[in-house]
Design a protein around this ligand. Structure first.
Ligand SMILES: Cc1cc2nc3c(=O)[nH]c(=O)nc-3n(C[C@H](O)[C@H](O)[C@H](O)COP(=O)(O)OP(=O)(O)OC[C@H]3O[C@@H](n4cnc5c(N)ncnc54)[C@H](O)[C@@H]3O)c2cc1C
Length: 435
């Protein structure tokens, strides 16, 4: 084992160990567990789910095209024009299969009625917190009524208790897009500790609070047929909260994603966590991988450090789903060196020495933007034949620019599990069925 700290116990043995609890790692782990493998997820913390919108964006933009309306068709064009993109390694069939699997999994593990809607035929255009329209492929039912094509007259509701959401700005930008939108401001009586989307979401779980909220909002509404609220309609039973508000207000209601923390993202994580648990998988959060035991081209075990204690996890297969630059899975240090932080694997997409890493225009294509772990067509890491890579750790993608982060995470997590089940044959993962 290389790395700091003494080992206190012998290693825990699994058929596969997944590093990272974002959409990619959780998807790979659930699929492996559903195939009969003994699987454990170890993660430093939760993933980008808690920061992003809680939607599954397969493809929102591709080079030279303004906004993708038909993600299925655009995916084929992207695959043809960018053979280095993760979608080109995965193929459109895997993307479609992963979405079907996600529908089923979300339906089985969601709070009652909280389903995802959409599909590869058409992206939905939904308002962001600043009133821009963002293309998404699968969206939670609580956002669906905000689809721009059906949105004519909308009240955009904000509150002093949520300082990061400005209904006037959101409504003004929606008006620029041709939607008659009007800001409404409510003064809500809340404890200081509850003044966040998460704090207010907990209040919305309570029907009595919803009744008070609607009693305050109703007189402020005019002829609007839609009401847009920051995404905070409860954690326990958001569909019931949505239905209750629609009944009380007599209008369609929709959630608008907020700045972090993201309530719909937390719901997505909870759906994945429940699915993993019901498939028999194990999840250890707060366990940072600090060292790995290597035998030639294979990883034999990883060591995690949590609360000053070191634990070892051994397996014939590992999934590296530790994210990209945003999650610290890949790091650019102060001496301009880029490295994969968890297993020290080789990278692809690093600009040559002396070349710029970034350009000043934030929205432009960034030279370092497509960096990731070098993989073969089966997503296996170069130099570590039993490590399959998934999610934002893969090279060739620009998640924000292309609006493909969650789609790549889902499809590659799904594919990583398939690769492991196929490669390990009849013996291991123990009891796994090849799919
Ligand atoms: C604020 C924000 C907004 C976004 N908005 C969009 C959007 O609108 N559209 C879009 O398509 N994409 C968006 N993305 C990108 C998208 O969310 C990500 O590309 C995608 O979720 C990545 O998933 P992942 O599972 O690969 O990695 P992550 O979700 O980043 O998870 C990485 C996991 O690895 C763990 N980890 C890292 N290092 C270690 C270690 N040493 N030991 C153990 N665990 C480790 C982390 O704790 C975490 O659990 C956004 C991302 C962010 C942060």
């Amino acid at each position: 084992m290389t790395g700091p700290g003494p080992a206190l116990d012998g290693p825990l043995h699994f058929d596969a160990v997944v590093i990272g609890a974002g959409t990619a790692g959780m998807t790979a782990a659930i699929r492996l567990a559903q195939s009969g493998a003994r699987v454990c997820v170890v993660a430093k913390g939760v993933g980008s789910t808690h920061l992003a919108a809680g939607t599954i964006d397969v493809l929102g933009r591709i080079d030279g095209e303004e906004r993708v309306t038909e993600p299925g068709a655009a995916l084929e064009r992207l695959i043809a024009s960018r053979p280095d993109h993760p979608y080109a390694l995965l193929g459109s069939g895997v993307v479609a299969d992963s979405l079907s699997w996600f529908f089923e999994t979300a339906a089985a593990s969601s709070p009652r009625g909280y389903e995802y809607v959409g599909g590869l035929e058409r992206n939905m255009l939904l308002p962001t917190a600043v009133g821009a329209l963002r293309p998404s492929t699968l969206v939670p039912i609580t956002m669906a009524a905000g689809e721009a094509s059906a949105l004519h007259r909308a009240a955009i509701v904000g509150t002093h208790a949520l300082r990061d959401f400005h209904p006037s700005l959101c409504a003004a930008n929606l008006r620029e897009a041709g939607i008659e939108a009007r800001p409404v401001f409510l003064e809500l009586e809340l404890e200081r500790a509850d003044m966040s989307a998460l704090g207010i979401a907990r209040r919305f779980d309570d029907p009595a609070w919803r009744a008070l909220f609607c009693a305050q909002l109703s007189p402020a509404l005019r002829s609007e047929d839609h009401v847009g609220l920051p995404a905070m309609l409860g954690l326990r039973d958001p569909h019931a909260a949505l239905a209750d508000l629609e009944r009380r207000l007599g209008r369609r209601v929709f959630e608008i994603p907020t700045l972090p923390p993201s309530v719909p993202g937390m719901r997505l994580y909870e759906i994945l966590r429940r699915a993993l648990r019901s498939a028999g998988g194990r999840l250890v959060i707060g366990a940072e991988v600090v060292a790995a035991e290597r035998h030639g081209e294979r990883i034999a075990a990883v060591a995690t450090r949590a609360a000053g204690r070191e634990s070892h996890y051994a397996a014939p297969w590992f999934v590296l789903a530790s994210g990209g630059l945003a999650s610290g899975g890949i790091e650019l240090d102060s001496s301009w060196r880029t490295s994969e932080r968890v297993l020290g694997l080789p990278l692809r997409g690093v600009p040559d020495a002396g070349e710029p890493r970034f350009v000043p225009d934030f929205f432009a294509e960034q030279p370092l933007g497509r960096v990731g772990v070098a993989v073969d067509p089966q997503l296996r890491a170069e130099g570590a034949e039993n490590v399959v890579v998934a999610g934002a750790a893969l090279p060739g993608q620009a998640p924000w620019r292309e609006g493909c982060g969650e789609g790549v995470a889902l499809a590659s997590g799904y594919r990583a599990a398939q690769v492991i089940v196929r490669e390990s044959g009849a013996g291991a993962p123990a009891g796994a069925r090849a799919t």
